[in-house]
Design a binder for this molecule. Structure first.
Ligand SMILES: [Zn+2]
Length: 116
């Protein structure tokens, strides 16, 4: 797994414990997919609930979902971290840095601010 963005050089583990947040994000995503798979398989099997068939559908989902979501969960957690703790000076290459890291806002927020 790469440690920083190949384009802007943002380190993904900006704070100690970054892995815990990405594990939590992975758990949320995986359990969501597992719940959808379970409900879908129960609805599809209704009214004959064959235990073996339900297990054959849901066990592979439970095994593969956390593995497939690992890169995505790290990216999502990095985005959540960026919302809570905006970029400090020097964390990304200069051409990707906001003009003033302390006042960096999304483009939509800037546009709505100018309109008022
Ligand atoms: Zn980047």
């Amino acid at each position: 797994m790469i440690e920083q963005c190949p384009r802007c050089h943002l380190r993904f583990d900006r704070l100690p414990g970054h892995i815990l947040g990405s594990i939590a994000m992975n758990t949320i995503l995986s359990f969501g997919v597992m719940a959808i798979a379970l409900v879908w398989s129960l609805v599809e099997a209704h009214p004959n609930f064959d235990r073996t068939r339900l297990l054959l559908i849901n066990i592979p989902v439970a095994i593969t979902a956390p593995v497939l979501f690992l890169p995505l969960s790290k990216t999502i957690w990095s985005a959540v971290e960026l919302l809570g703790r905006p970029l400090a000076e020097g964390e990304v290459l200069a051409q990707y840095a906001p003009d003033d890291p302390r006042t960096s806002k999304s483009p939509t927020t800037d546009a709505s601010k100018k309109a008022t």
